[in-house]
Design a protein around this ligand. Structure first.
Ligand SMILES: *[C@@H]1O[C@H](CO)[C@@H](O)[C@H](O)[C@H]1NC(C)=O
Ligand SMILES: *[C@@H]1O[C@H](CO)[C@@H](O)[C@H](O)[C@H]1NC(C)=O
Length: 377
């Protein structure tokens, strides 16, 4: 019973984390369509169907891994890799790592002082199961064969240098391929393609100029922030042009999202949604929760997430909830009370119907909110 519940929770979390980026891009896509006139019911777009297929495949895959792990080990106990034994004397390894010995052993089974195996998928599989931070290893992570002298200085480069990425880990072997592939939206980082966060199609869109203006009226200086589930870092890039530093949490899930954020000269934090934010208490001016944060996150996980956001915000800091979606009645009965527990001041609270196929089918709504943390408790 406990195991099944744990497994379900895990799968949900994994599912959510797996789809942070796709959701993010998907929703920003939908959002960019003008919706000011009478809403029209849209058919389920192909890319959404593709996303859902990916989600199901991921869950199926994870379930199989989980089942394989659950089987009691047969007579011969596999040996624990020597580097794991050594490392665990230096630093304790979290219980979530111990819960997945097969994966952990595979991860730590490498030849020290030589090239690391190319096992990013294995690493993220462990991270998504709560094994984070991963144990350190004494090997060399692969670097691209050729170096590049063309690292972009502007956060919206016309082109990203293909040679700066080790492509062997991904199905696509170039940025052009990622741009073409419907599954991976957002890889064309050129500023011309989409003026994200600058234009507003409805009350649900807070533009960056609006955000900064609101912060000013609240006498809340904006210098340093965190974008949760920030994909390729488009938000942080926009803020960089305003001289604001934004950290971006992002996972790699099939495409080099972390590399792209870094290539833009921004800071990618490789942490999943269930992970404690790796910054100290009360140091951030604001946190933005993008579309990755939505009703797919189990409620308890969501509570821990918003309280961790509270932890890292300074007094008077701002929480920007951007297009959170849930069923209409849940927003009222579950999520608004949850957010209310923080005791923040509502600067903005806008609700709108989610008009895409799944939104209409499930009676979903979007919430965009700007909330201010009280100066002291
Ligand atoms: C990115 O988008 C811009 C503007 O739409 C376009 O000119 C450019 O060719 C695109 N780049 C790639 C690599 O697809
Ligand atoms: C950002 O900082 C640079 C260098 O101090 C300055 O020239 C520029 O005007 C600033 N930009 C904004 C939008 O404040």
């Amino acid at each position: 019973m406990g195991f099944t519940m744990g497994l379900n929770l895990l799968l949900l979390i994994a599912m959510v984390a797996t789809n942070i980026l796709s959701l993010y891009h998907l929703s920003s896509n939908l959002q960019s369509k003008p919706t000011s006139h009478a809403p029209v019911q849209q058919p389920v777009p192909d890319h959404l169907i593709n996303q859902l297929r990916t989600i199901r495949a991921t869950i199926f895959h994870l379930t199989r891994i989980q089942d394989a792990n659950a089987k009691p080990s047969s007579t011969s106990k596999p040996a624990i890799p020597s580097d794991l034994l050594l490392y665990s004397k230096l630093a304790p390894i979290a219980s979530s790592c111990h819960n997945h010995p097969d994966l952990l052993h595979q991860y730590m089974n490498y030849t020290p002082f030589s090239l690391c195996p190319v096992d990013d998928e294995l690493a993220e599989a462990l991270i998504l199961r709560g094994c984070h931070p991963l144990p350190r290893r004494r090997c060399f992570a692969a670097t691209p064969q050729k170096t590049t002298t063309s690292y972009p200085l502007h956060p919206f480069p016309a082109l990203l240098p293909d040679q700066a990425v080790v492509w062997s880990k991904y199905a696509c072997k170039s940025f052009a391929c990622l741009n073409r592939d419907n599954k991976f939206k957002g890889f064309n980082t050129s500023t011309v393609s989409k003026p994200t966060f600058l234009s507003s199609a409805s009350d649900l869109d807070i533009t960056i100029p609006e955000f900064l203006k609101l912060a000013k009226t609240l006498s809340s200086p904006i210098r340093l922030g965190l974008d949760v589930g920030g994909g390729t870092g488009a938000f942080a890039a926009r803020m960089k042009l305003r001289n604001v530093t934004v950290l971006t949490t992002t996972m790699n899930l099939g495409a080099p999202y972390n590399e792209v954020v870094a290539l833009r000269g921004l800071v990618p934090l490789h942490v999943p949604l269930q992970q404690r934010l790796p910054v100290f208490d009360g140091v951030l001016d604001f946190v933005r929760l993008g579309h990755a944060v939505n009703r797919w996150i189990p409620l308890v996980a969501m509570e821990f997430l918003v309280f961790d956001v509270d932890r890292v915000l300074r007094g008077g800091g701002l929480l920007w909830i951007d297009h959170f979606f849930s069923k209409g009645e849940d927003l009222e009965k579950v999520y608004a009370p949850l957010i209310g527990k923080l005791g923040y001041k509502r600067v903005k609270w806008a609700i709108g119907k989610k008009m895409d196929g799944s939104g209409v089918k499930n009676g979903e709504v979007y919430l965009t909110a700007l909330l201010q943390k009280p100066v002291s408790k």
